[in-house]
Design a protein around this ligand. Structure first.
Ligand SMILES: [Zn+2]
Length: 89
């Protein structure tokens, strides 16, 4: 939008580097993982492509658990799927 290139981030499922607007960010704050739609939350973050395959793969491989060094609740995965369905503005 403003011509500034977006930083690339790696998807935890397919390991591709993508501009972060094509990825969902999950961040761990005080041991609690949550979806960070602002991309601005402080804390350890991990990214996954905005597509159902990568989210499913990340869930299956427990990629977020590894990336965030903690257990990611099913809620977080469900939230990602919901955001995807909503077309995540
Ligand atoms: Zn991916």
């Amino acid at each position: 939008m403003n011509g500034k290139p977006l930083p690339l981030r790696k998807c935890v499922a397919c390991n591709q580097m993508l501009p972060k607007d094509q990825l969902f960010r999950v961040v761990r704050i005080d041991g609690q993982a949550q979806v960070d739609l602002s991309y601005k939350a402080q804390g350890r973050g991990a990214y996954v492509c905005k597509n159902v395959d990568c989210i499913a793969l990340a869930e299956k491989k427990r990629s977020f658990n590894r990336a965030l060094k903690g257990t990611i609740s099913e809620e977080v995965i469900n939230k990602l799927k919901m955001e995807l369905e909503n077309g995540s503005r």
